[in-house]
Design a protein. Structure first.
Length: 369
């Protein structure tokens, strides 16, 4: 059976890290020899399956004494050394810096690299060095996985032509749950407290809805990113005089249970890749209102008025109108939730793994003939 290496920065709890953890376990269960090569160990990480071997390819104590340029080349050298030792059939890189490192580390070898883009390239892949490195390195990749068409269309044609769009797998605890028989008058939001999630927009919009429907509350689940957003949210709550009806709940390990009975789910990001929290809310059967943010993540999984409501980014009036509609038309809202639940049939862990496995085996076969 084949040997594959996943390469990413660390396994800290986040979207890309969760996908790698799940995929690594499924490939290992299928008989692959699987390694996960990380740069460092974080405080709060996903736990790898016991069949998956983790290797460190980051800086050594000696490397830490080097200059910034020296550290850059040390990272590449350490990855090269691991690849030469392990001789994998394929390296699968996840996200921005890991993509560059993997492609540079295999310039002199025959080991193919499958890269993966996990966020909106606009604004994140446009630094001066990107304009040099992307045209030079990305065409050397054996393939690329995108989450949305918007991500794919940012890159040059030769990259697009050998790519595939594969959704994130939804965590199994959100899929196939029994349909709820009653809904509370709570509006749910899940997302790290960080600026691009635009939770102040949600609070301001909710405050207007609350004037009309004072028995509704808003619960915002998510950990603090310590970028000042939490303090902004607390200030916004006070300014809007909704201290008794808006609650910052912090992070939760049981979001399925915490949110599945909500009246609906509200998502207000200004940009995202493919938002896991929105996919999970849809799989739970929650009626959802979401901003149609670049690079097209919500639009990829949601059709307006069929399985959710899409609104323009930063549009407070549209948000208020959509939230009031979901309250005033409960039968319509429930139909949206029923259709949204079907996403779990498409993006369940096994279904997404089958797509990855097919692509991986196609690349390995193409590169060995």
């Amino acid at each position: 059976m084949h040997k594959i290496v996943f390469h990413l920065n660390c396994l800290e709890q986040g979207g890309a890290e969760r996908v790698v953890t799940n995929l690594a376990a499924q490939f290992a269960e299928d008989g692959y020899e699987v390694l996960v090569a990380t740069e460092w160990t974080a405080d709060n990480e996903f736990i790898l399956d016991e069949k998956v071997r983790r290797v460190h390819v980051g800086l050594t104590e000696q490397d830490e004494k080097k200059s910034r340029i020296g550290k850059f080349f040390a990272r590449i050298h350490n990855l090269i050394r691991m690849i030469e030792t392990e001789k994998p059939d394929l390296v699968i890189a996840f996200a921005y810096k890991a993509n560059y490192r993997a492609l540079m580390a295999t310039l002199q070898s025959q080991v193919p690299v499958l890269i993966s883009v996990r966020t909106d390239p606009v604004g994140h892949y446009e630094a001066p060095w990107d304009k040099i490195l992307i045209p030079w390195l990305y065409p050397k990749a054996a393939g690329c996985v995108f989450q949305t068409e918007g991500q794919r269309d940012f890159f040059q044609k030769k990259i697009q032509e050998k790519s595939r769009i594969i959704l994130n797998p939804i965590n199994e605890k959100y899929v196939g749950r029994e349909k709820v028989t009653h809904r509370t008058k709570e509006i749910a939001h899940v997302g790290r407290l960080v600026d691009f999630k635009n939770q102040p927009l949600l609070i301001r919009g909710f405050a207007k809805v609350h004037e009309k429907y004072p028995d509704y509350t808003l619960k915002i689940f998510g950990g603090d990113s310590f970028d000042g957003t939490k303090e902004i949210l607390e200030h916004t709550i006070r300014d809007c005089h909704v201290e008794d009806s808006v609650k910052l709940m912090g992070a939760s390990d049981d979001l399925a249970r915490e949110t599945e009975h909500a009246a609906f789910f509200a998502f207000t990001s200004d940009w995202e890749g493919l938002p896991n929290v929105l996919m999970e809310a849809m799989a739970l059967g929650l009626p959802c209102v979401a901003t149609d943010c670049p690079c097209g993540g919500p639009r990829t999984i949601m059709e307006h008025e069929k399985n959710g409501l899409l609104i323009p980014i930063k549009d407070e009036d549209a948000l208020v109108t959509a939230m009031c509609r979901l309250i005033e038309e409960p039968e319509f809202a429930e139909k949206l939730g029923d259709q949204a639940r079907k996403l779990g049939e498409i993006a369940n862990a096994h279904g997404i793994y089958v797509q990855w496995k097919d692509y991986v085996e196609t690349i390995i076969a193409d590169c060995t003939h």
